[in-house]
Design a protein around this ligand. Structure first.
Ligand code: MRU
Length: 362
């Protein structure tokens, strides 16, 4: 990885403040549950897999704060921390997926009569397991998707889906990193991704650090580069994918999918099983986060709109499944009809042990 965006060590959680990149690599020590919640809410740590991993460690921070003395108190502290962190951002299902795994760990151990220390050790082991599993999932996505990245191709991507967003080798960027390591040459067009510029600030930065040929474009330039015939593939990530394949991702993804259709460009979504929400039958049920107007009218401290103008700022949109050419997952590329292919992935709830997945990745 170019940077270590999150570190858990000696019972401390430290992250890179992604809102200050690329100007400054500043670290934040998250010592309270409230500071973990704020870091997720403010996008100091962001990207669906990254907020899942951060929330898992965040539960440990919350438990430390409460200093529980009995197994029952440990369970209460975990549930309180998980309930609270779940309110930080609503769209990425990886967040609740990771929190549910943390809850299940203590529920099972307490039911089995385990003492406090065992519960606490189990919690830390589960957070680390979520972290490690996530890294393996991203590596596998990179391997599975790399063949789509052809020599000399132009590839358009949106938002940021690399090591900062995943604390691993990425989702949509992972096939690019993989193909680059294999010696292939290609050109990436990175949408700047208004309003918070994850593409400009983070994706361009990460790809340049890897020595990958990247060209930054304004979001509204995407149609033109497609029309010029310079894009052969679109790769995006996802925050939540419903059982029918409808996909929530950073606002602007849907318009790219429509443009891809109009220009006959393959449109792929890269995501691990933890981003699929089999409980939702379609994208209509995906909760969409609304962001503060100030992010649009005075992003990064500079006013760009009249005071008091009404603003509509959903953080994500939903791309209908029929516009998606395929899903790049750790288990290979899913093709339509998506219902069956997605149903064969493991459920997102904490009812399945992660071990079989890790085993299958070896
Ligand atoms: O608001 P953000 O920056 O957290 O949005 C991130 C995205 O939309 C990513 O595309 C998504 O989480 C997939 S990532 C690896």
């Amino acid at each position: 990885l170019a940077v270590e965006a999150l570190h858990w060590g000696e019972d401390r959680l430290r992250i890179i403040d992604q809102t200050r990149l690329p100007g400054e690599v500043a670290y934040l020590q998250l010592e309270t549950l409230e500071s973990v919640w704020q870091a997720i809410r403010r996008l100091q740590v962001r990207g669906a897999p990254a907020i899942g991993v951060c929330a898992a460690y965040g539960v440990l921070v919350g438990v430390q704060e409460k200093a529980p003395g009995t197994p029952g108190e440990v369970v209460t502290a975990v549930n309180d921390a998980a309930d609270y962190l779940a309110t930080s951002r609503p769209t990425a299902v990886n967040l609740t997926w990771a929190l549910d795994r943390m809850r299940a760990t203590v529920d099972e151990s307490e039911a089995a009569g385990a003492p406090c220390e065992t519960l606490l050790e189990g919690l830390e082991a589960e957070a680390r397991a979520i972290d490690t599993e996530n890294q393996a999932l991203c590596e596998a996505i990179g391997r599975e998707g790399a063949a789509l990245v052809r020599e000399g191709a132009g590839i358009l991507t949106h938002c940021n889906t690399g090591s900062l967003a995943t604390l691993a080798s990425g989702t949509a960027l992972a096939p690019l990193f993989h193909a680059h390591r294999e010696g292939r040459h290609f050109q990436v067009f990175a949408d700047e991704t208004r309003p918070l510029l994850q593409g400009a600030r983070l994706t361009a930065w990460e790809l340049m650090q890897e020595g990958i040929d990247v060209t930054l474009i304004c979001d509204n330039t995407a149609a033109q580069v497609m029309r010029e015939g310079r894009v052969q593939l679109i790769l995006v990530g996802a925050d939540r994918i419903a059982a029918n394949g409808d996909t929530a991702n950073k606002i602007g993804t849907y318009s790219l999918a429509v443009l891809a259709k109009a220009h006959d460009v393959p449109f792929y979504v890269a995501a691990p099983y933890s981003t699929f929400d089999l409980a939702l039958t379609s994208g209509d049920a995906i909760p969409i986060e609304q962001r503060d107007a100030a992010e649009v009218t005075e992003g990064f401290g500079c006013r760009t709109a009249p005071k008091g103008v009404p603003v509509y700022s959903p953080a994500f949109d939903v791309t209908p499944a029929h516009l998606i050419t395929g899903f790049i997952t750790e288990r290979g590329i899913l093709r339509p009809p998506y219902h069956e292919a997605i149903a064969a992935l493991p459920p997102t709830a904490a009812c399945e042990a992660p071990q079989p997945i890790l085993e299958s990745l070896k």
